[in-house]
Design a protein around this ligand. Sequence first.
Ligand SMILES: Cc1ncc(COP(=O)(O)O)c(C=O)c1O
Length: 365
Amino acid sequence: MLRFNPNLESVPGYHPGSPKGRTAGEVQESEVAQLASNESPFPPLDGVVEAIERAASATNRYPDPEASELREALAAHHGVDPSQIAVGNGSCEILVAAGQAMLSPGREVVYAWPSFSIYPTLAPLNGGSEVRVPLTADENHDLPAMLERIGPSTAMVIVCNPNNPTATYRGADEIAEFVRSVPEDVAVILDEAYIDFQDRDDPEASLELFHERDNLIILRTFSKSHSLAGFRVGYAICPPSFKAAVDAVRQPFPVNVLAQAAATEALRHGGDVRARIAEVQAERARVEGALAEAGIASSESQANFSWVRIGDDRSEEEVVSAMAGEGVLVRAGTVLGAPGHLRVSYGTEAEDDRMIAALEKALAG
Ligand SMILES: Cc1ncc(COP(=O)(O)O)c(C=O)c1O
């Protein structure tokens, strides 16, 4: 009998949006609307694909372990020093490494719930403890309640803004007030995977705060607005000590050659990326309008997905499988911590029209 780390017994598994896995051919040829993983409906930009092709001939070599070119480009983009950028195999890798680097028996993580489904793995994996702070009635972070739960054993607090899965957003002022109130020896991880999609504040607002506080870690990803989910590149804007700790607990060469080339090139196409973000925002207005018109309740989205309330008297499983039967994949709320809901990413206009029709049909059936 193999003997595993007993911590594993309490680690909740991650449930991917596309459980059977997909080959590249399947993804490109599929007629199915993939609206279950908050990906970009747009393929990578042409210039990015060309950069990937150029880098392909160098893949007999290991990648730059420090991803220097990418980190320098990110540092210039955000107005920080390259020593304040840690890149990872998706921002998920940085989250998991942060858990390993900061949590242990007696050390605690505080986060809101429901929120991103990786957060519940962090404490059990490392023998630490966790405090889940329920969202407010309007499904947003309850920042004062989170502050109250921070105590001497809190090592880190995570705020996901906009929040996955509820799509709700706390303004930059509220976040700033919260971060300024957290003791400086507690790491604040501000997970901004969807920050580009909100339209209330400058997406760089948290950077001002970063220059003010030594305990703020801002997490970003190339998986959403940069159309590079398949490459797995994310990063933290963080104190150098956080980068060193994350590097100490993970394998070397975390970001592969092609991913480094793709992400570095994507940063050179800010205008095109912003144009796509604007398209997603327009699609959000259209989808939320159509849902309201159909009498289907949803939270006020500031992300690239809607959080739809289908109510407790409907079988989520039935709705999800009826929609799958119509060629539309969406995510059930139960696995995301909130039964009676669906999370629906925005796709192309045609995909979203199909989604709304399939949802209306499933709810009527
Ligand atoms: C809130 C949040 N943070 C982080 C991530 C992870 O992104 P990455 O693809 O960079 O690992 C996701 C992915 O869905 C997310 O929803």
